[in-house]
Write a protein that binds this ligand. Structure first.
Ligand code: G3P
Ligand code: MG
Length: 245
């Protein structure tokens, strides 16, 4: 049976109304009533999985330099909220462990995007999968892993084969089906920008559900759902939930 995606996933938490990839963002998603969140996980210089989109610290913290060159202890000193708004000052870069704690304590489901720094694809995929295997209770449905980095998905599969995996792409490539099969993925995640209705039908005909990112306008979401898109990843769950059906 096809993997069941939710209708809506909060992108980087709820990135339009709280700083992305922070615990405040995950809490905001909960407040907005979305049952699933997406967030990005990469490794610090000393190998600790944290929530962070960029390979460098500048955009979303008051630090500087490459994440891969910075130890976890130094990253923990940084402010990851003030750039977004003064009410979020003091927000820290969460460890993956802290995010797992929040998911488990609030019954929030997750799409964990493995976002490796260049050259750390396998290491990051392995670390994310192992952490979930150690921490996630077997009686609860596990998070859905995803990545643009196929090497990260391969490593995650080797480490913990039972975790579901989705393949992230920009435009849907010609060979999407072969890639999904080779990687043992359960879902395809693509940008909504170049998507055509025929691609949605083809993906469904092959037995896979489709997640599209990042859609923040209800009108566009309506069109995508009318094509059969299963799941919309959005910075604004409050705009998409009312029309998600
Ligand atoms: O997983 C969907 C989306 O998060 C992929 O793009 O750059 O926002 O991580 P990005
Ligand atoms: Mg992401």
């Amino acid at each position: 049976m096809a993997y069941r995606l939710p209708r809506v996933v909060g992108h980087r938490g709820a990135a339009a109304s709280a700083p992305e990839n922070t615990l405040a963002g995950l809490r905001r998603a909960l407040q907005l009533g979305v049952g699933w969140v997406e967030f990005d996980v990469k490794l610090t210089g000393d190998g600790v999985p944290i929530l962070m989109h960029d390979a460098v610290l500048e955009r979303t913290t008051d630090g500087r330099g490459a994440v891969a060159d910075t130890a976890y202890a130094a990253i923990r000193e940084l402010d990851a909220g003030a750039w977004f708004g003064p009410e979020f000052a003091g927000e820290r870069v969460p460890s993956f462990d802290e995010a797992i704690d929040l998911l488990l304590s609030h019954g929030l489901a997750a799409n964990v995007e493995i976002k490796p720094c260049p050259g750390r694809e396998r290491e990051t995929g392995t670390a994310v999968a192992r952490r979930l295997a150690e921490r996630w209770p077997s009686e609860r449905p596990p998070p859905l892993l995803s990545s643009f980095a196929e090497a990260a998905l391969e490593a995650a599969r080797e480490a913990v084969p039972a975790l579901p995996r989705g393949l992230l792409v920009g435009a849907v490539p010609e060979d999407w089906r072969a890639r999904l099969e080779r990687l043992g993925c359960v879902s395809l995640h693509c940008s909504h920008r170049h998507l055509e209705p025929a691609a949605v039908s083809a993906v469904h005909a092959a037995g896979y559900p489709l997640l599209v990112y990042t859609v923040n306008e209800a009108e566009r979401a309506r069109t995508l759902y009318s094509w059969g898109v299963d799941c919309i990843c959005t910075d604004r769950p409050e705009a998409i939930l009312p029309i998600a059906g």
